[in-house]
Write a protein that binds this ligand. Structure first.
Ligand code: AMP
Ligand code: GLY
Length: 423
């Protein structure tokens, strides 16, 4: 098969790594890819949201399957565009309507409420409803959770300690803090517990497979302090997500989600990412995403033992049938090397050394590029995800930390406490 993967992050590196291992893969293109994905296929300089150019490229290059890595093209309607303009070339991902599970928090909350899926109590408000929003805030206990309805590059959730701060932030959000994305604000009850990420691949016809469960580390500082980032590391499996917990997830969340989409006639043939919180042993949904997680994919893909390509192709064609999705029993961890200053301002274009000397540790490239002289250079905040296997979290971590010391670039930073909260 000839496969076109869209995206350029660590997630796409891990997907490319896995897709390239398949016997079925004749050719892999990554658009636009990064400084590392060229090891697994051919980088193509196309924007994932330039649907016209993507369809032209796919047609001219005999592409059989399109895999969307990130959410933007899906929320903008990639699936629908290709269904209309490139029939016969399926897309792994939801239709534009299905992508609203991530593209609109208000839509996602209403969907969960109607399907009886456990999630925090909430209400949504627009600019004309500030007084009602204030009254709703007054009815809640601190801290207060305010969410921009639309996409906000992972920054649209504010958690405020005092009622005054919450009321002030509400006004800023409705006033355009996140542009049109915060024209509607979801206010919800604060939930307390440990989070984890569950990934499901569905064919939109009732068939689904659950991928290995993971936990990511979002804050920049050790002990989960400081600013939120795109993710500083991840581990899989997650000890608290045991069989009993996962049975609850399947019965109370996965099945109703898949049934609810189907009953509404919403086409969804791709990954569903459930951002869950464990509240006293009971799973509740914090959010849906319509793609794999980053950096979770950098530990999930290494733990998928089965060939991924037949699963992707079958899901995109609407029939997973009896294809197995087997898991590697080992633990995988990833440690993200980031640019100094990230997630605030940081410098790019620093020469990276040692990325090809990490031994058994897999260096999944994120913000990297090749310089004109062929040297590997930083091109983003999150630079490399160093993934290792082990028989335990400490064993796998020790390998990733050893690799993290070998790779170098000016300003390199990484968290040394990934996975420690689970021990
Ligand atoms: P999201 O962008 O929806 O993933 O939210 C970002 C982060 O905010 C989540 O990963 C949680 O840590 C936190 N968060 C979101 N909603 C809630 C909630 N209702 N209760 C507690 N924490 C939350
Ligand atoms: N790791 C969280 C995300 O991909 O949104």
């Amino acid at each position: 098969m000839r496969i076109l993967l869209l995206g350029s992050g660590g997630r796409e590196s891990a997907l490319a790594w896995k897709i390239a291992q398949s016997q079925l893969t004749e050719k892999l293109f990554i658009a636009p890819g990064n400084g590392g994905t060229s090891a697994f296929g051919e980088n193509i300089s196309l924007k994932p949201t330039d649907f016209h150019a993507i369809a032209d490229f796919a047609r001219e290059n005999g592409v059989d399957l399109i895999v969307a890595g990130n959410e933007d093209p899906l929320v903008e309607g990639l699936w629908d565009y290709m269904a209309d303009n490139l029939p016969g070339v399926p897309v792994v991902g939801p239709s534009k309507e299905g992508a609203r599970l991530e593209g609109s928090k208000d839509f996602a909350k209403l969907f969960m409420t109607r399907e009886g899926i456990p999630t925090a109590a909430y209400r949504s408000f627009t600019a004309g409803e500030v007084d009602e929003a204030d009254r709703f805030l007054e009815s809640l206990k601190p801290p207060y959770v305010l969410k921009a309805d639309g996409l906000a590059a992972g920054k649209g959730v504010l958690i405020l300690e005092s009622l005054d701060e919450a009321k002030a932030s509400l006004r800023e959000m409705l006033g355009g803090m996140f542009g049109q994305s915060s024209a509607t604000v979801v206010i919800e009850e604060f939930l307390s517990g440990i989070e984890c990420s569950v990934f499901v691949l569905t064919d939109g016809n009732g068939g689904y497979r659950v991928l290995p469960v993971a936990k990511d580390y979002k804050r920049i500082g050790e002990g989960d302090t400081g600013l939120n980032t795109g993710g500083m590391g991840a581990v899989s499996p997650v000890p608290f997500a045991d069989d009993e917990f996962m049975r609850k997830v399947e019965e109370r969340i996965i099945k109703p989600t898949i049934d609810g989409l189907r009953r509404r006639g919403i086409i969804y043939r791709g990954f569903i990412f459930l951002g869950l919180i464990n509240v006293g042993g009971e799973p509740m949904v914090i959010e849906y995403n319509v793609r794999m997680g980053d950096p979770e994919t950098e530990v999930v893909m290494p733990r998928v033992a089965s060939d991924l390509v037949p699963l992707l192709d079958a899901a995109a064609r609407g029939n997973l049938g009896t294809l197995p999705l087997d898991c590697d029993p080992r633990t995988a961890v990833t440690v993200m090397l980031v640019s100094g200053g990230y997630p605030s301002a940081y410098e790019k274009d620093k020469v990276i050394s040692g990325a090809d000397a990490t031994g058994d540790t897999i260096p999944f490239h994120a913000g990297t590029k090749r310089g004109v002289d062929g040297s590997l250079r930083t091109s983003g905040g999150r630079v490399l995800a160093l993934t290792s296997y082990g028989d335990s979290i400490p064993e796998a971590l020790e390998r990733s930390f050893a690799a993290a010391r070998k790779v170098d670039f000016e300003g390199k930073y990484f968290r040394r406490d990934i996975g420690r909260d689970l021990l």
